[in-house]
Write a protein that binds this ligand. Structure first.
Ligand code: FES
Length: 113
């Protein structure tokens, strides 16, 4: 029997590389997970659709903590890349994924702008 699939609207990858950890990425990850569970955004909660995964270096070490998000929107793959992420910004990114809303502009870099 295959594993159960949980419907997902987007996947957040939060860097846990050495440079991002030196800027608080470990605590940020713990706080974000706690909020996603508490507010039922985590994919395995009823109504939740957001995944969060610790990643290795995302290639923006001098600007960490670094977060990227992938999701399908309008039939295409959308990417959001963020530097200098703090908890409020990470929480807003997660909420936008959950709501299918525009990703926050603050701290964003990269494609799809
Ligand atoms: S250590 Fe996080 S982007 Fe490189």
């Amino acid at each position: 029997m295959p594993p159960r699939y949980f419907p997902t609207r987007g996947h957040l990858l939060l860097c846990q590389g050495q440079n991002c950890q030196a800027r608080g990425a470990r605590l940020l990850h713990a706080a974000l997970w706690k909020a996603l569970e508490r507010d039922a955004l985590a994919y395995y909660k009823t109504g939740g659709t957001v995944r969060l995964t610790e990643s290795g270096c995302l290639g923006a070490c001098a600007y960490g903590p670094t977060l990227c998000v992938y999701r399908e929107r309008g039939g295409a793959l959308e990417q959001g890349w963020y530097g200098a992420v703090d908890f409020p910004l990470a929480r807003r990114v997660a909420q936008a994924v959950q709501d299918g809303a525009d990703l926050p502009a603050e701290g964003r870099y990269g494609p799809d702008l």
